[in-house]
Design a protein around this ligand. Structure first.
Ligand SMILES: Nc1ncnc2c1ncn2[C@@H]1O[C@H](COP(=O)(O)OP(=O)(O)OP(=O)(O)O)[C@@H](O)[C@H]1O
Ligand SMILES: [Mg+2]
Length: 254
């Protein structure tokens, strides 16, 4: 049985793509058949792992222009990692989400069901916001994990997200789990970061994970590489970052 996870908060730039891509690599490196569906019209995750736009993309599948199997590509260098890509140029996914998606809110859920036999782990990367496309992706997931940066505004954003998700689950009769948050770009030396982590834990509502601030993520993305395997002048991800990724990975998929 496959499991589908979306990393989401409506706020931009909190690490949704970085965490989706890094955990997808971790899962693939551990031998699990892993698929990432790039549901973000910006296509950041696809351009991170794929150097050239493939023939078909997610919006072609959603509009019946090709079979899903024709659009899925294997990430270079990681045989267990497959990507159902989106390329931002042309805005076809954005156009689709603003027009036809309204008539078929369960289309991503159906798509996930269609491929679920072929993968152990499916990850959805979403754009910021809580529009139709993000909602369709959220109800297609078994679990939503919320990444946030250690800022006061992120805590406000989390409250809004909890509220909106409760409404979505009720309206769409969706049974999506949401009990984990990730404080991303965490720096133990900064008091505000420690305070936000403590406040999140003290609320008792979530399991709270931390991913350290680590410049190697951005460098690996710029180079189109797997962060866990990438080195700059002999140095890779910090040991604490590698451990945080492993802990998160085992807690999400166990
Ligand atoms: N733990 C981290 N340490 C250092 N930099 C990070 C970390 N996580 C993410 N970043 C960097 O922060 C930037 C934003 O991250 P990312 O694109 O993953 O966010 P996002 O939530 O997907 O953004 P968007 O809302 O635009 O989709 C990127 O440049 C990324 O390399
Ligand atoms: Mg993103």
């Amino acid at each position: 049985m496959s499991k589908t996870v979306a990393f989401h908060l409506q706020k931009g730039g909190v690490g949704k793509t970085t965490i989706s891509g890094t955990l997808a690599c971790q899962s693939a490196m551990e031998g699990f058949r892993t698929l990432v569906i790039d549901c973000d019209p910006q296509g950041n995750l696809s351009s991170w792992f794929l150097s050239e736009p493939p023939k078909y993309e997610l919006s072609d599948v959603l509009q019946g222009r090709c079979y899903v199997g024709n659009a899925i590509v294997v990430a270079p260098g990681l045989e267990n990692l497959s990507i159902l890509p989106t390329f931002g140029i042309g805005g076809t996914l954005k156009n689709y989400s603003e027009t036809k998606l309204a008539e078929e809110p369960f289309i991503l859920q159906d798509l996930v069901k269609e491929v679920s036999e072929e993968y152990d782990h499916i990850i959805l990367d979403l754009s910021p916001g809580l529009g139709r496309l993000e909602r369709s992706a959220l109800i297609a997931s078994d679990e939503i994990v919320t990444p946030m940066t250690p800022e006061v505004f992120s805590l406000d954003g989390l409250e809004i997200f909890i509220d909106e998700l409760a409404k979505l689950k009720k309206n769409m009769r969706a049974a999506v789990k949401h009990n984990k948050i990730i404080i991303n770009s965490y720096d133990e030396r900064i008091r505000q970061h420690r305070d936000i982590f403590s406040a999140a834990e003290a609320s008792g509502r979530f399991l709270v994970y931390r991913i350290p601030v680590d410049p190697l993520f951005r460098k690996a993305q710029e180079a189109g590489k797997v962060p866990q395997l990438y080195k700059v002048r002999g140095r890779g991800l910090k040991v604490a970052t590698q451990q945080a990724i492993k802990d998160l990975d085992s807690s999400i998929w166990r």
